[in-house]
Design a protein around this ligand. Structure first.
Ligand SMILES: [Zn+2]
Length: 385
């Protein structure tokens, strides 16, 4: 069966490239809801033409989720997932459409992660054409991953859809060194403001209550919340305050990025932030938490993840695709929610390349076929998990 499915990939390279080109050339920045809708419909058509039962979960203020289920078999389904949105603004496709040069592919989202979508669909098509009927194959693609599902319930939908699956391959940006992501930090962020009392620095300094001075104390307290041993870090990334040099500043605002490795820790982190903000150094100032965005959860390296990685590594070696190393990433992805749903998951199993989120983004064309084959071969061995 493996040889038959591999042969399908070899015989359909042109079809894979064509779909890749088509979907890279569709505008789908996270804010481009219309483009995302068109892309989702296009993919749902592709899924259903290939024999899947399709569904779409829509959101009012965010790109929806495209789902395809290839029925078959009694065993728990295998999940192939990822996202359709890119970080690029509308107009980017016109500036630099899908291009092939020297074995590399260029274009907005070519690596992150439209190549991964092509891989996922063709894994399902190849397995189906080879007569695979062990278990259902589910395809699941979000429309707002790049903005951390800020305006949607996609994170919960991902957990719900993943429940009961035997394994998941999140076909995100593949790393150029062939390593596979088995753990990711979670990300949260918040904004806070200090309201002070503005006054003239020369005529009336005593009446003033410096928002900047109050915030300066708090910046240090917040940075000191970082705990390397427990695996969480705080970064005050921006600060803005005051109006002119000769006035005691009446307002100061900060925004802060938090990273963490334990998915259960977010409430504790928020409580720590609230405690710092509740303390007052300069009497007469008040501090307000403007927003706390829980962001994307951490992907925990569970035993299931470790086992699936071992199977992937073995399969990769057996098929001549090299010896992949496990790695951890500081950036977040939806793989976190698949793991939270208790599904053994690997992340970054998509097309390989580098420089995502930038105009220099590229993907290695041959890895499109290689990764499809490696996922196929691993799916065929899932009973060994
Ligand atoms: Zn991505």
């Amino acid at each position: 069966m493996k040889q038959k499915a591999f042969q399908y990939i070899d015989e359909n390279k042109a079809g894979m490239l064509k779909l890749w080109e088509e979907i890279v050339n569709m505008e789908s920045g996270s804010a481009c809801l219309e483009g995302l809708d068109i892309l989702a419909d296009k993919l749902l058509r592709e899924f259903s033409d290939a024999g899947a039962v399709t569904r779409k979960i829509g959101f009012e203020k965010a790109g929806g989720i495209a789902i395809g289920l290839f029925p078959g078999g009694e065993k728990p389904p295998v999940l192939l997932s990822g996202h359709m949105d890119t970080v690029f603004k509308s107009g980017e496709v016109q500036k630099r459409p899908f291009t092939l040069r020297d074995g590399l592919a260029y274009g907005p989202g070519v690596l992150d992660m439209k190549g991964g979508i092509v891989i996922a669909l063709f894994v399902a098509k190849a397995l189906k054409s080879a007569g695979f009927n062990d278990r259902p194959i589910k395809l699941l693609f979000a429309g707002d991953e790049e903005i951390g599902h800020l305006y949607s319930d996609a994170a919960n939908a991902f957990m719900e859809e993943a429940k009961g699956c035997a394994a998941a391959f999140n076909c995100e940006t593949g790393l150029i060194d062939n390593s596979i992501i088995v753990g990711r930090k979670g990300m949260a962020n918040f904004k806070a403001v200090v309201h002070g009392v503005a006054s003239h620095a020369g005529n009336d300094p005593k009446r003033g209550r410096s928002a900047i001075l109050e915030m300066a104390h708090k910046v240090i307290d917040i940075q000191n919340l970082t705990n390397w041993d427990e695996g969480y870090t705080f970064n005050v990334g921006t600060i803005e305050g005051g109006t002119v040099v000769n006035a005691v500043p009446g307002r100061c605002e900060i925004s802060v990025d938090i990273r963490f490795i334990d998915p259960a820790i977010t409430p504790k982190l928020k409580a720590m932030v609230e405690e710092v903000l509740a303390k007052t150094y300069i009497e007469g100032t008040t501090t307000e938490l403007l927003s706390f965005n829980s962001g994307i959860q951490a992907m925990k390296t569970t035993e299931g993840v470790e086992k699936l990685f071992a199977l992937w590594k073995k399969t990769s070696e057996e098929n001549g695709f090299g010896v992949p190393l496990p790695t951890h990433s500081g950036g977040a992805s939806d793989a976190a929610y698949l793991v939270l749903a208790d599904v053994p998951t690997l992340c970054s199993t998509g097309v390989k390349g580098a420089n995502n989120h930038s105009p220099e983004e590229y993907a290695v064309v041959d890895s499109l076929y290689e990764r499809a084959k490696l996922i196929i071969a691993t799916i065929l061995k899932l009973d060994e998990l």
